[in-house]
Ligand binder design. Structure first.
Ligand SMILES: Nc1ncnc2c1ncn2[C@@H]1O[C@H](COP(=O)(O)OP(=O)(O)O)[C@@H](O)[C@H]1O
Ligand SMILES: [Mg+2]
Length: 222
């Protein structure tokens, strides 16, 4: 991930530096006309936008690394899911999204970072919300697979879906199909990193125009 982060921060920084240098050069000439003031406004908006982008990337990474000294403990997955639903309720209602849950009984506990797993589920829910701008149904399912001895969590939407071309890239850092300012493309790469650390797996199934299913499997606490 490091290389792409450097790249993503370096590009806007290079742009900022260019515009700042240009403005210094113009100011050094001494004469400053109205026309120039307008140009400066344009340059400064660019600088503002790019600085904002850098700062969002950095705070995202900080949030991730701070939580990386994870406090581990026993997690009751259904409690965690209920909390995530509660935290998203407002956004779901606003966007006319119905929520269906099917939380399995007698699911054994998993071992890990409650906040980290919560962040994963929230990321998946927020992506699902983004995928259903006209409303829809969000389905959250939990179950226990005794054969693999994993707890399975499914987050399902009937939104826009993911194209075959995009599907292999969605877990890459900075991959996004969202407009600038809306998506940084760090959500799913963060989820992948966290689930990997829990020795779990995550997979996505999707059909363009029909919807998407994310399936997470986390080992049961031994
Ligand atoms: N539930 C979903 N439905 C449709 N597309 C999705 C869904 N979840 C993720 N994606 C696709 O994967 C991309 C990467 O997601 P993510 O890493 O969370 O970044 P971001 O949300 O900032 O774009 C999204 O831009 C979108 O194209
Ligand atoms: Mg996202």
């Amino acid at each position: 991930m490091a290389a792409s982060v450097v790249h993503e921060i370096n590009n806007p920084l290079a742009g900022i530096l260019n515009y700042v240098r240009l403005m210094i050069k113009i100011l050094k000439r001494g004469v400053f006309e109205q026309e120039q003031a307008q140009k400066f406004q344009g340059y400064l908006s660019l600088v503002e936008r790019e600085t904002d982008r850098c700062s969002k990337i950095v705070s995202n990474l900080l949030a991730f690394s701070r939580k990386s000294k994870m406090e581990s403990g026993e997690i009751v997955i259904n409690d965690l899911l209920e909390k995530c639903i509660m935290l998203s309720q407002h956004k779901l209602t606003l966007q006319n999204i119905k929520i269906r849950t099917d939380l399995g009984a007698d699911i054994p506990m998993v071992w890990g970072g409650f906040n980290q797993i919560q962040q994963c589920i929230i990321n998946l829910i927020f992506n699902a919300i983004d995928a259903m701008p006209e409303g829809g149904v969000l389905t959250i399912v939990s179950s226990h697979d005794p054969k693999l001895n994993v707890v399975e969590i499914r987050v399902e939407d009937n939104g826009c879906g993911i194209s075959k071309e995009d599907l292999p890239n969605i877990f890459d850092p900075f991959f996004t199909t969202k407009i600038e300012g809306k998506g940084l493309g760090l959500g799913l790469s963060t989820v992948f990193g966290i689930i990997d650390r829990h020795k779990g797996t995550i997979a996505a199934y999707s059909e363009s125009g029909k919807g998407t299913v994310f399936t997470m499997k986390i080992p049961v606490k031994r």
